[in-house]
Ligand binder design. Structure first.
Ligand code: NAD
Length: 391
């Protein structure tokens, strides 16, 4: 098939198989061009096929030489339709890791379920014995609770008041006014159930019960705070409530791990273009301005730079971790630098449809978005017929 991007709203329904392999290769190259890292012996990455999870798996394996088990929920191809980008990326990772002599195993299924937890535990036992790092990097719109069976949907809404904000319509390149009604109590509850900390804790309990968590293990989950501009929709909205819950769960998990000298941490990462962030109202416009400012200041980072820095400067620096007052590692330090935020806020104030391309790197955002699906990458022949079902 000759595969072209088919974009619907904030998702692309196709993925380019060769492009996805290149996405993985480029991140492996990034890591291999830097010094080898101290790191885990074996890592479990939950949400390992795209975004921050894939970068964490690549840094663990190709930076620190770790065996990895990755869990994700991705769609395989059929004769008419490409697989999802994460499916191709995860397969490319497995192939590259095997070729490099690194233990690797991937589990494709619903990480919230007891069945996938059990399958993953079996894979850890048989492939690597135990894990000393657990990265929790899920971003999901829904979760079926493994005990009650209730299906929770997460929503991206403000709490208490209607949200009105500038936003970019990336189909028409216009600055528009977004308006979102506040969430109900039940929507808040459901979002916390999907993206809060309950499932992270269930994973750690299950791994501990099964005896596949090494002593002195580290677990880290990813969070986001962001600027004042997106505060009503992000940090003070439904997703922010879920992130607060996730961040509070770190204490309970830390207590579970204390007897085996393990540690639980939250890493607050910077805003990047991923499938998840594209879905958050106003965030694509914010990221387009932010990236322009950060590139101008020589501060630009993607998932792979962030994860490399997380390992090198925080998790495995050899010294004590340096958390903020609330106990969180702050990988968003450059994004939140006062000079960066002041420039973003000034541009945000001024941005209109007329000056959008001057004040925001909208073209760069769109290219980064298509790259997530294996398009717009150098060195790929997008007119070539490719096998969409390589298995
Ligand atoms: P992403 O959409 O790129 O990746 C999500 C991963 O979760 C994929 O591997 C997907 O397969 C997996 N997944 C989703 N539902 C699943 C399920 N039911 N079972 C198993 N796997 C499932 O997302 P991302 O942006 O990398 O986000 C990962 C984490 O990083 C999230 O907690 C997010 O809040 C956080 N974070 C993101 C940003 C950002 O700007 N994107 C910034 C800071 C923190």
């Amino acid at each position: 098939m000759i595969v072209k991007p088919v974009v619907r709203g904030f998702i692309c329904t196709t993925a380019h198989p060769t492009g996805c392999i290149k996405l993985v290769d480029d991140q492996i190259d990034f890591v291999q061009q830097r010094s080898p890292l101290p790191g885990p012996r074996n890592a479990l990455v939950i949400g390992a096929s795209t975004g921050y999870g894939m970068a964490s798996r690549i840094v663990s394996a190709f930076g620190a030489g770790a065996g990895t088990v990755g869990v994700f929920f991705e769609r395989p191809s059929n004769s008419k339709r490409t697989a999802s980008t994460g499916w191709y990326c995860a397969h490319a990772f497995d192939e590259r890791a095997r070729r490099a002599g690194l233990a690797t195993h991937s589990v494709n299924g619903d990480a919230f379920s007891d069945e996938i937890k059990a399958e993953t535990i079996e894979a850890i036992r048989s492939e690597v014995g135990n894990v000393d790092l657990v990265v929790y990097s899920l971003a999901s719109p829904r979760r079926r609770h493994p005990r009650s069976g209730e299906l929770f949907q997460s929503t991206l809404k403000p709490i208490g008041q209607t949200y009105r904000s500038k936003a970019a319509d990336l189909n028409t390149d216009q600055v528009v006014e977004a308006e979102i009604e506040p969430a109900t109590e039940d929507e808040i509850r459901q979002t916390v159930a999907v993206m809060g900390g309950e499932d992270w804790k269930m994973w750690i309990e299950a791994l501990q019960r099964a005896g596949v968590l090494a002593s002195r293990a580290t677990t880290v989950a990813y969070s986001y705070i962001g600027p004042e501009l997106t505060r009503p929709i992000y940090r003070d909205g439904t997703i922010g409530q879920a992130k607060r819950h996730l961040e509070a769960t770190v204490k309970e998990i830390g207590e579970l791990l204390a007897p085996s000298s393990g540690r639980a941490l939250i890493s607050v990462n910077k805003a990047v273009v991923t499938q998840s962030s594209a879905a958050i109202p106003a965030v694509p416009l914010y990221i387009s301005i932010l990236f322009d400012v950060m590139k101008e200041k020589g501060l630009h980072e993607r998932c792979i730079e962030q994860c490399y820095r997380l390992f090198a400067e925080h998790l495995y620096s050899g010294g004590p971790v340096r958390p903020d007052a609330k106990g969180r590692l702050r990988l968003d330090d450059l994004e939140m630098r006062p000079d960066v935020q002041a420039e973003v806020a000034a541009r945000w104030e001024r941005v209109t449809t007329e000056n959008l391309h001057e004040l925001a790197d909208v073209s760069g955002y769109k290219i980064d978005f298509l790259k997530l699906f294996g398009f717009e990458l150098d060195g790929i022949d997008y007119e070539a017929d490719v096998e969409i079902d390589p298995e």
